[in-house]
Design a protein around this ligand. Structure first.
Ligand code: AMP
Length: 299
């Protein structure tokens, strides 16, 4: 089965203490779509401007990503720029130029509307709603978000969360949303907002799932060197949804393994700028790291 992914499709300019890389292919939907593409078909919904390099469109195509839902409009592509501190965890946004995103109105191609798995990757909650409104009875809908939307669009976000099967957010966002510093209490509070499946991401410490089956602690792959963590969260949720869409049978039979796959794709993402490393890996390399994680956590 395929997964529909809506989110930002961006040019990212990223600065770390070691290097500076301008106008890389980025955006939540780009990272999530490439991650999901290792497992099965992906339908992308997004918008880029006339300045979007052709080689980036070709890169999506090489990953078999369906681009019928990607609008190319006159104007500039969304441009985001961020700078990391030496610890590679703290990040400062230097610039956000919305460009064609400012007036983006995603209209789904007819062929997209019956897609069973829907990932509403990070983008304004009003747009996430708009995409969901056009879907016909999806099987499993998951959304990701960011602190910006908690600050500027909380009512929209809360309405969206009610419509979700799964909600994925990071630990500081969970704390901001619930006012609760304890992650396990925060998980319970987020369930009360609607979703049956809640995942809290904890960066290099992995992630925690709370679902009708109870808790699952998903490890992060132990990386000794992080080049650029931009998009790791999107790669995680993209890998997870791609794996779930490809699996047969009930979601809860597969979601733990799906998270582990997401975690491994995210680890590759951190090993290069933007999508440079993720676009060079193979399914066999992903399987290899999943095996290592199994060995590291078995007792
Ligand atoms: P992450 O590292 O998981 O937080 O994701 C980083 C990605 O989010 C980058 O590729 C950016 O292009 C994208 N991004 C940054 N700000 C926004 C925003 N306001 N809306 C949507 N996507 C964004």
């Amino acid at each position: 089965m395929s997964v529909l992914i809506v989110g930002s499709t961006a040019l990212d300019s990223i600065k770390t203490p070691q290097a500076e890389n301008p106008r890389l292919l980025g955006g939540s939907a780009s990272h999530a779509s490439v991650a999901a593409s290792f497992f099965g078909p992906v339908k992308l919904v997004g918008v880029v401007g006339a300045d979007f390099p052709r080689r980036y469109l070709q890169l999506y195509e090489r990953h078999g990503i369906d681009l019928q839902g990607l609008q190319v409009l006159p104007g500039k592509t969304f441009h985001w720029s961020g700078e990391y501190e030496a610890n590679m965890n703290n990040r400062r946004t230097l610039l956000t130029e919305l460009g064609v995103f400012e007036t983006f109105n995603p209209t789904l191609p007819e062929a997209y509307r019956d897609t069973p798995f829907v990932l509403l990757a990070n983008i304004a909650p009003a747009l996430q709603h708009h995409v969901l409104d056009q879907m016909r009875r999806p099987r499993f809908v998951v959304a990701d978000t960011m602190d910006l939307w908690l600050n500027v669009a909380l009512p929209d976000l809360l309405k969206l969360v009610k419509r979700l099967d799964g909600f994925v957010l990071n630990d500081s966002e969970a704390q901001q949303l619930t006012g609760e510093g304890n992650v396990f209490v925060a998980l319970k509070k987020i369930h009360r907002l609607g979703p049956t499946h809640v995942v809290i991401k904890q960066g290099s410490h992995g992630s925690i799932l709370s679902s009708p089956q109870g808790l699952f602690i998903c490890p992060a792959y132990p990386l000794r060197k992080v080049i650029d963590p931009t998009g790791a969260g999107d790669s995680f949720v993209g890998g997870m949804m791609g794996y779930l869409a490809a699996a047969k049978g009930p979601i809860d039979n597969h979601i733990r393994r799906a998270m582990t796959y997401g975690s491994v794709v995210a680890s590759f993402c951190c090993e290069g700028f933007g999508l440079k490393r993720t676009t060079k890996i193979t399914r066999a390399q992903i399987d290899g790291r999943v095996k290592e994680l199994e060995q590291l956590t078995r007792f």
